[in-house]
Design a protein around this ligand. Structure first.
Ligand code: HEM
Length: 211
């Protein structure tokens, strides 16, 4: 959490210090804080998928999901502070209302999950409800990042495109890994159900025989 918050604070201070505390500096601080936060979100998002697809060597990463998620939420506090600043200094909204609502829901998910990762609060939700909320929340935030990274990728220059490329690649890679994980779970579920059905069938056949 310290790394998430302090890193984002340092980047925002650098942007505001070098580019000024007006619009340019604040937008750059928004961009840098979001990208820094993504460095914690991405491993939290794919850790479980890597562990379930390739096993033991990624278990350590999968176990660190909570810490990484909290570091992401801490870094997004600086994004939130810069959002408040950009609204305060702009004469018109910096992004359309629909986008603000869409990204606002992402932030709400981030802090709801952070709260529920506190054991005393998390146990108030059933394990099933918690799993659904975390799955929906993580997928929603992943799509919010992808949407932002894909915004105007060819705008301006090749430099702009190259600046976004590592992030869009990670974002698509993350979606692919999670998709593979869901497909694997589905396959395992089908095989398990088939096995249960065939065991029941054998069991019935044996009890029929006994009768
Ligand atoms: C989980 C929620 C959020 C995520 C994942 C997110 C993600 C991002 C990302 C990746 C960028 C950098 C885009 C770039 O590099 O060009 C960014 C910038 C920005 N974000 Fe957020 N954001 C979130 C919440 C919000 C909210 C709630 C608002 C405002 C209501 C907001 C307003 C902005 C603005 C104004 C920028 C600067 C846009 C520009 O480049 O001109 N964000 N955000």
């Amino acid at each position: 959490m310290g790394a998430g918050l302090l890193g984002a604070l340092a980047l925002a201070a650098l942007a505001l210090g070098t580019l000024g505390s007006g619009r340019t500096g604040t937008v750059t601080a928004l961009q840098l804080s979001a990208r820094w936060a993504y460095c914690f979100f991405w491993p939290a998002y794919v850790g479980g998928a890597l562990a379930s697809l390739w096993g033991a060597k990624f278990q350590g990463l999968a176990r660190r999901g909570r810490e990484l998620g909290l570091a992401f939420a801490a870094a997004m506090l600086v994004h939130l502070a810069m959002i408040i600043r950009i609204y305060a200094i702009s004469s018109r909204p910096p992004i359309p209302l629909q986008s603000a609502v869409y990204f606002g829901i992402g932030l709400a998910f981030a802090y709801l999950m952070a709260l529920l990762s506190v054991p005393a609060l998390g146990t108030r939700l059933s394990p099933g409800g918690r799993r659904i909320l975390f799955t929906v929340g993580m997928e929603y935030i992943a799509l919010a990042f992808l949407r932002d990274f894909l915004h105007d990728p060819f705008d301006g220059s090749l430099r702009h495109l190259l600046g976004y490329l590592p992030f869009t690649t990670l974002a698509f890679g993350g979606l692919l890994l999670r998709g593979l994980m869901y497909a694997q779970r589905l396959r395992r579920g089908v095989i398990h159900r088939r096995e249960v059905r065939s065991t029941r069938g054998t069991g019935n056949a044996v009890s029929d025989f006994r009768r």
